[in-house]
Design a protein around this ligand. Sequence first.
Ligand SMILES: Cc1cc2nc3c(=O)[nH]c(=O)nc-3n(C[C@H](O)[C@H](O)[C@H](O)COP(=O)(O)OP(=O)(O)OC[C@H]3O[C@@H](n4cnc5c(N)ncnc54)[C@H](O)[C@@H]3O)c2cc1C
Length: 199
Amino acid sequence: MKPAPFEYHRPGSLDEATALLAELGDEAKVLAGGQSLVPMLSLRLAYFDHVVDISRLTELRGVTAADGYLRVGAGTTETAVGADLDVARAVPLLTRATPLIGHFQIRNRGTLGGSVAHADPAGEYPVVALTLDAEIEAVSAAGGHRVIPAADFFTGLWSTALEPDELLVGVRFPVWGARSGFAVEEFARRSGDFAVAGA
Ligand SMILES: Cc1cc2nc3c(=O)[nH]c(=O)nc-3n(C[C@H](O)[C@H](O)[C@H](O)COP(=O)(O)OP(=O)(O)OC[C@H]3O[C@@H](n4cnc5c(N)ncnc54)[C@H](O)[C@@H]3O)c2cc1C
């Protein structure tokens, strides 16, 4: 099937993106890697009059270290997260969880911000964010910048505290102390499938 018709927007900057979201409100949906949104549109499980493509906003990509946490930009692909040496050193659970996400074609397009904003309870990154007490950074034209603890961000199945005019711009993962240990295990019927159960 093909998606229902929508108007496609490709803002050239973060300011342009948030201005568009402010103008279009809940008639618009953000498109990042498209690995969850495009199937939903194509299967007509969701309809939006406007799609705002943020995939070329380079300012949303990258990993930066700050005092006590590592910040991953929302537009950083899952592949880039999995390959990043700073992530591996500071937030090893994120590195270990990444290869469990789908297949490499999906990880090459899918973004950390998209995965967290999508809030699939079977998704790896939402679970890692909750487990590590991460903080989610959101930006809007009207409200500016706010930081939401993961425990308050995920409000239910596929639902979050993000407002329709807000863009998730980054996730701060606390760097846990040297005497911390991490493991991730999953059961899926086929390699690359969403987990049936995970810990
Ligand atoms: C076959 C297949 C298998 C998969 N297997 C797994 C798996 O095992 N584990 C797993 O975790 N995921 C899996 N995924 C999903 C994949 O990880 C997606 O990439 C991810 O869930 C969404 O990221 P995206 O960048 O593609 O977001 P998109 O699909 O573009 O967007 C997803 C949602 O998030 C919103 N959004 C995206 N970015 C932002 C932002 N910056 N601010 C506000 N809202 C935003 C969109 O509006 C949309 O509602 C699979 C996907 C496929 C197709």
